[in-house]
Design a binder for this molecule. Sequence first.
Ligand SMILES: [Zn+2]
Length: 291
Amino acid sequence: MPRERLYRVEAIVLKRTDHGEADRLLTLLTPDLGKLRAIAKGARKPSSRKSGHVELFAHTHLLVAKGKQLDVVTQADTLDAFLELRENLERVGYAYYLAELVDRFSEEGTEHRATFALLLRALAALNDATTEPDLLARFFELRLLQYVGYRPQLFNCIHCGKAIEPVENFFSAEAGGVIDPDCVQTRRAQIAGRARAVSPTAVSRTDDFVERGENARNDAQTISLDALKILRYLQTREWETVRGLRFAERGEAMSEVESLMLRYITHHLERNLKSVEFLRELKAGLYAAKK
Ligand SMILES: [Zn+2]
């Protein structure tokens, strides 16, 4: 029998799913190998000593054996299980969200050092009762987008490159950032003109132009000055600075930022996130319970 090839890896557990009778399939994030999937054998047996060491969201050191199809965890040492956050369902919901974002935006076999460090810091922050989880989630989204190559442009118009003026502007997930009012006007005029220029006999083509024009126009939604300021702040400051801010008084702008980011993220992922629905239901439940 060939000897097992073993390797050591530092990892955060992004996802755990049942596998076979007693095993668990782990989706892990590692600094150097990016996303990694591995089997934790017998992890669902109550007697398993390993089970406690492969908790969801845990920061661990693993010894992994290279397998034919899937690699197998042979030893696990937890560095931090983030026990505090586990006692709060809302924070668990946020941890699910961060982990799902990372899972969707990261690839296997690609170095993800910055993302790893970001997730580790974010879980530690969620573990701290003084952290506002909403604020952390928004900060995390902007930083993660930057690391995976989807940084939204917030300072210059995505169309003409001119510096954005302090007025009400537009935000387009499809275009990748902020569009000034002039460019939105020009774009709308061009779309209308193009639709008129097409021969009236080519009905289907006209419809096509109009439809695509409508999509591009609908995608650009207004963004308030307050929301833009918050986004820029989150994009350019470190968490240590951001965390001290009280955005609570700006509840409306924060809700706007939340929905803009959700649109932006789901547009680029081309899919919805399961944890968003979970968080929404959870918050609705918590709100109802408080009343
Ligand atoms: Zn412009």
